[in-house]
Design a binder for this molecule. Structure first.
Ligand code: SF4
Length: 777
């Protein structure tokens, strides 16, 4: 295909840039031809930036430098250094200068001659003639005469098409889209003629283009209905009628569809009669997606004409040893069969012996040594991640090994994914969109700022007014967007819509939090309380038997407290943008240990201004959402609000203490609307997610020992490909590293770590040494 040549692709993609309004696809198709005069590294750099910021259209051509942030949150998460942006802007200028110069000369409706001249000047501007000449020299130097010949022809064809366009349509005015269409039609008309490299040869080609004579054997592939002969013949720019009129006026044009149909028949006749000794016709029964395909109409005709014709199908693999022996033919094809056969587990003993013998033959051939070596290493390959050396682990994580609790959860779900993400820092290429984690961090930030403003203004959650909330949140979000470098992601219409939704969700969240606090006797003690080095609370330091230390850090979204005679009860609240359920089994397996570890970090320390001791009151997830609910037409405002509250009920584990639960929800009657608890008649605890103080302590001890165990595995360099599987859920489901780990459960060495789901009583028993469970220091 002439249009597949880099030069032609460059021109067509360049025209598409203006037709598609600087779409990502057109711009990078143009740049990646290698002829646009931009370094590959620079293309990669700008491509990452363009993708991350969603740049298209007028953003390419607007005045001023690009200064958008690729991150959604301003300041601390900024990842484009100034020098990167400087370079990106230089590359952008280099790319746009010749394109804009061309556009200047061709904007609107222009004469074909002017567009052709501008196109030639554009090619000179980016130095294409010299680059092509150089390329031809390189091909010649390497003895690739076919390619050298192809490039020479392409250049000449292009010049010829431009000359013809000027000659025929020179004075006609047209826009760039029409010009591109004419140019493509003109180029499509040309076929490359390549000189056969020698006389004794195998030619592979399109039936329409193969004009060889004296072919000894001919294989025709793809003899399917609609393909051979072609079903749909297009009229092109001019209809058959137009052509007939023009012909009657003496203007010779390409043939009409009727003539083309006759030509097609002639072509089939020629193809079927070219071979002098052997003809083989084949057709697939299905396409690559499994859709069935019919044989061409010439097949039944051939069957009728030659009733003794031999037909065979290779759909079923040969099942007899003699059929397999027939696969042993030339050196290369046999080696390919060997590779396919020997890796199969289900070979019969007879076949196995045959292919082993074939392999030994190759192993004895000098010329096949490299292939046999590669073959041996492939056969011996196991998809296993070997442990990383202690020195490397030390340089990756340091001593003490600093990590966070959520990262430990990642390790528990798959050590290899943890290693890739936090050890090697592998990241997905950022594409312009707000991913769920981005949205989550944004909402967290807004809530944090809102809570901070309340604390500064000494405003109580109990007396909040809805209008004030709405106004404040709007202000905070606007402020965040304004602080964003160049207002990158925020300035598109799509983001404006998303922002409106986020404002609504955060306002709802704030309102529900206020309602939770109004209904309880607990008071917020702090927001975004961080523990770790240099933070309000010290990190959790664990010393392993090896002497290595693990330093754990984290941030607690909110802590509420209630002062009582026994001490101060605290409950930890974690804001989640998705719906997260609390599962005791997940805590047991280390998959949900954040909240219980935060509780340990808190109850193991003194918070300024709080009397000792701090007692565990509960751990809860709060869902940030503004859910849609089903109600009847007659539902009152209050009923709707209650239904929403029910949907946003917190999940987690509470202290099994009726007094405390009543303090968390003063209005509780039966099932609580805000916490996972139920109080039955007579103040008896009903079906609730609760634990006794002893059980809280057992859980904390278990998690601590689990963290130590995970820490020991990380520091010893264990990076196994070992994802967990729990019922239908697997750690691989949303993992972005599948292409790297190549985990395949069909391989003997790749197996899931299966996690059974014990009942809650069983888990409490397993945790309790008095009931025969684990003993933890
Ligand atoms: S895809 Fe599965 S096995 Fe591979 S790294 Fe991710 S979680 Fe681990």
């Amino acid at each position: 295909e002439i249009t597949q040549n880099p030069l032609i692709r460059l021109i067509l993609a360049m025209l598409d840039i203006f037709i598609d309004n600087w779409s990502y696809e057109a711009v990078f198709r143009y740049l990646k031809t290698g002829l646009a005069g931009v370094e590959k590294q620079s293309i990669d750099l700008i491509e990452n930036y363009v993708l991350a910021c969603g740049i298209r259209g007028s953003r390419w051509t607007r005045d001023g430098k690009w200064d958008w942030s690729t991150e959604f949150l301003p300041s601390e998460t900024e990842n484009n250094s100034d020098s990167d942006l400087e370079e990106i802007n230089l590359v952008r200028d280099k790319i746009t200068a010749p394109l804009l110069a061309f556009r200047q000369k061709t904007k609107g409706s222009r004469r074909a001659v002017d567009i052709c001249t501008a196109l030639y000047e554009f090619l000179e501007h980016i130095d294409v003639p010299r680059q092509i000449e150089k390329q031809i020299e390189v091909f010649r130097g390497k003895g690739q005469l076919n390619l050298a010949n192809e490039y020479t022809q392409i250049w000449n064809i292009l010049m010829h098409v431009l000359d013809q366009t000027v000659e025929v349509l020179g004075e006609e005015t047209m826009n760039i889209a029409k010009f591109a269409k004419i140019l493509k039609i003109g180029l499509d008309e040309y076929k490359l003629g390549l000189i056969p490299p020698s006389l004794d040869q195998v030619l592979v080609g399109d039936a329409h283009r193969s004009k060889s004579h004296e072919v000894k054997a001919l294989y025709i592939l793809g003899v399917n209905d609609g393909v051979f002969p072609t079903a749909a013949l297009e009229e092109g720019l001019l209809s058959d009628q137009d052509r007939a009129v023009l012909k009657s006026l003496g203007l010779e044009l390409a043939s009409d569809t009727r003539t083309q149909a006759f030509d097609e028949q002639y072509l089939i006749y020629k193809a079927l009669t070219t071979a002098c000794s052997y003809l083989r016709i084949s057709w697939p029964l299905a396409d690559s997606e499994g859709r069935s395909l019919r044989p061409s109409m010439i097949i039944p005709r051939m069957r009728k004409l030659f009733p003794r014709l031999v037909e065979s199908s290779d759909i079923l693999p040969p099942s007899t040893i003699s059929a397999e022996l027939e696969l042993v033919t030339g050196h290369l094809p046999t080696f390919q069969h060997l590779a396919a056969k020997i890796s199969r587990q289900d070979l019969k003993a007879e076949s196995k012996t045959l292919w082993q013998e074939v392999y030994h033959w190759y192993a004895g051939q000098e010329s096949f040594q490299p292939q046999c070596e590669a073959f041996k290493s492939i056969m011996a390959y196991k998809n296993i991640a070997s442990p990383v050396s202690p020195a490397k682990i030390l340089s990756l994580y340091g001593n003490p090994l600093k990590t966070s609790v959520s990262r430990m959860e990642k390790y528990a779900s798959c050590p290899f994914a943890f290693y890739l993400q936090y050890g090697l820092k592998a990241r997905e290429r950022k594409v312009f969109s707000l991913s769920p984690p981005d949205i989550g961090s944004f909402m967290h930030k807004v809530l944090e700022l809102f809570s901070r403003e309340m604390a500064v203004g000494n405003i109580s959650w109990r007396t909040l007014e809805r209008d004030w909330c709405e106004k404040k949140i709007e202000e905070i979000i606007e402020n965040l967007l304004a602080r964003m470098n160049g207002r990158g992601l925020s300035s598109s219409p799509r983001m404006t819509v998303l922002m409106t939704r986020l404002k609504r969700v955060v306002t709802r969240a704030v309102w529900v939090i206020a309602e939770h606090i109004r209904r309880s006797s607990f008071e917020p003690l702090g927001y975004e309380i961080a523990f770790g080095e240099g933070e309000k609370l010290p990190p959790i330091i664990m010393e392993l038997e090896s002497g290595q230390k693990i330093s754990l850090s984290g941030v607690i979204d909110r802590v509420d407290a209630l002062k009582t005679e026994e001490g101060t009860y605290v409950r930890i609240i974690d804001y989640k943008s998705g719906s997260k359920d609390f599962q005791l089994a997940d805590v047991y397996y280390g998959l949900q240990i954040q909240l219980i570890t935060y509780l340990s970090a808190l109850t193991g320390n003194c918070l300024p201004g709080v009397g000792d001791p701090l007692l565990p009151g509960g751990i809860l997830y709060f869902r940030l959402d503004d859910p849609l609910i089903r109600t009847s037409h007659q539902s009152s405002e209050q009923q709707i609000e209650e239904a929403i509250m029910k949907q946003l009920k917190m999940k987690g584990l509470l202290l099994a203490n009726v007094k405390l639960i009543k303090a968390m929800d003063k209005e509780i009657q039966g099932s609580s609307l805000i916490i996972p608890a139920r109080i039955n008649k007579g103040d008896v605890l009903g079906k609730s997610s609760t634990a006794t103080p002893e059980q809280f302590s057992l859980l904390q001890k278990h998690v601590y020992s689990l963290l130590k165990q995970l820490g020991a595995e990380i520091s010893s360099g264990q990076v196994e490909i070992r994802p967990i599987k729990k019922k239908k859920y697997t750690a691989c489901q949303y993992c972005i590293f599948a292409a790297i780990c190549q985990f395949d459960p069909r391989l003997k060495e790749n197996k899931y770590k299966l996690l059974p789901e014990p009942q809650e009583e069983e888990i409490w028993r397993l945790l309790d040494p008095k009931k025969g469970g684990e003993t933890v220091e």
